[in-house]
Write a protein that binds this ligand. Structure first.
Ligand code: ATP
Ligand code: MG
Length: 341
């Protein structure tokens, strides 16, 4: 275990996981969990930055998120699933890292700008939300992560993390912090069923990994296609057509998708028929996950044990890293004063 490189990744418990998470980062995590020493964070403190008025929502989703992880194939015998708020070392680390970035740098994060817009935070953004990328840097560096499997919307956060590592190592003339590399999913950033923005828990445009067949059918039926494609015989557009975006991402049979595209562009392929094909593809992706989730749901005690164990192991690692960082920054008084802990 010692020589393995480290993965740190996670999600906010602001709702259940959806197809965007699946292709954005979950698939990569499952693939790499044995090769890397893997830490998966349930980011409850980060979720509170824009849900502080509704803490019950965040708390209720903590174990739901753990269920989603187990359902997609995260193996608790190798990956550590943990709760962010229970690792105080990460917040202490963030306090020290605040010195290494400028307010301007924090303000130039395109993902946060976009999120502020969609949350109506433009006039007055809560400081916790504004600064969450810096806290995310502390999460990544708190585990001294080598690799961070995330969706494309996290690229600016990873850039910030790399800048902080560079600055820290240069300032204190050390090499203790690893340079974290992002690992983006193949789909980049999956659009929501509305076609307006990325699929997101907070935007109500997501297909969840736990959706039952009826809900899935309804969501596929309301998917955005080509507004100009009115009659079946009309030629239809592929660009901006969400059904084709999903088929490209989720259908393994690329020749079949190519055939559908040609038919649609030529005219004669109706939206309902096209959506029927997508429904079949998505059902085959989601149904095994849904079944596994139901099984884990009956073992709540076991899930709690998995998260407790993961949190204890995560805390141990973060404690070690924080202690090394503090030594470099001369926040180290053990020889001068004794404090009982
Ligand atoms: P919220 O709306 O609460 O921000 P979210 O749906 O954006 O939720 P997060 O918990 O913020 O989900 O993101 C967790 C991880 O999933 C991140 O690595 C993020 O990049 C990735 N991810 C989220 N949505 C998508 C998407 N639509 N496509 C690809 N990756 C995604
Ligand atoms: Mg998000």
């Amino acid at each position: 275990m010692k020589n393995k490189k480290v993965i740190l990744t996670g999600d906010r418990p602001s709702g259940q996981l959806h197809l965007g998470h699946f292709v954005g980062s979950l698939k990569n995590r499952v693939k790499l969990q044995k090769e890397y020493d893997t830490y998966i964070m349930i980011a409850d403190a980060q979720a509170l930055t824009d849900n502080f008025e509704n803490p019950a929502k965040v708390k209720d989703n903590v174990l739901e998120l753990a269920l989603d992880y187990l359902a997609v194939g995260i193996d608790p015998t190798c990956a550590k699933i943990f709760i962010q708020s229970q690792i105080p070392e990460l917040f202490e680390l963030a306090t020290y890292f605040l010195n290494l970035v400028s307010i301007n740098r924090i303000g130039h994060n395109p993902t946060v700008k976009e999120e502020c817009k969609s949350k109506g935070f433009e006039a007055s953004v809560p400081a916790g939300f504004y600064l969450y990328p810096l806290f995310q840097v502390a999460d990544i560096v708190g585990f001294n992560a080598d690799l961070v499997p995330v969706g494309l919307d996290q690229a600016p956060m990873l850039e910030l993390a790399r800048d902080v590592v560079k600055k820290f190592n240069a300032t204190y003339k050390t090499e203790i912090l690893n340079m974290p590399e992002p690992l983006f999913g193949t789909a980049g950033r999956l659009s929501g069923v509305d076609g307006l923005a990325k699929m997101s828990k907070s935007l109500g445009n997501a297909i969840y990994l736990s959706d039952d067949s009826d809900v899935l059918k309804k969501k596929v039926r309301m998917m955005y296609t080509d507004p100009g494609h009115i009659k079946v015989e009309d030629p239809g557009k592929i660009e901006g057509n969400i059904v084709f975006e999903y088929l490209d991402v989720f259908c393994e049979d690329k020749a079949f998708v190519m055939g559908l595209k040609e038919h649609y562009q030529r005219g004669g392929l109706g939206d309902m028929k096209l959506k029927g094909h997508l429904l079949e593809v998505l059902e085959s992706v989601i149904s095994p996950i849904r079944e596994k989730r139901e099984q884990w749901k009956n073992e709540t005690g076991e899930v709690q044990k998995i998260v407790s164990n993961g949190t204890n192991l995560a805390r141990e690692r973060a404690r070690g890293l924080l202690s090394s960082v503090k030594k470099e920054m001369l926040i180290d008084y053990e020889e001068i004063i004794k404090i009982s802990t």
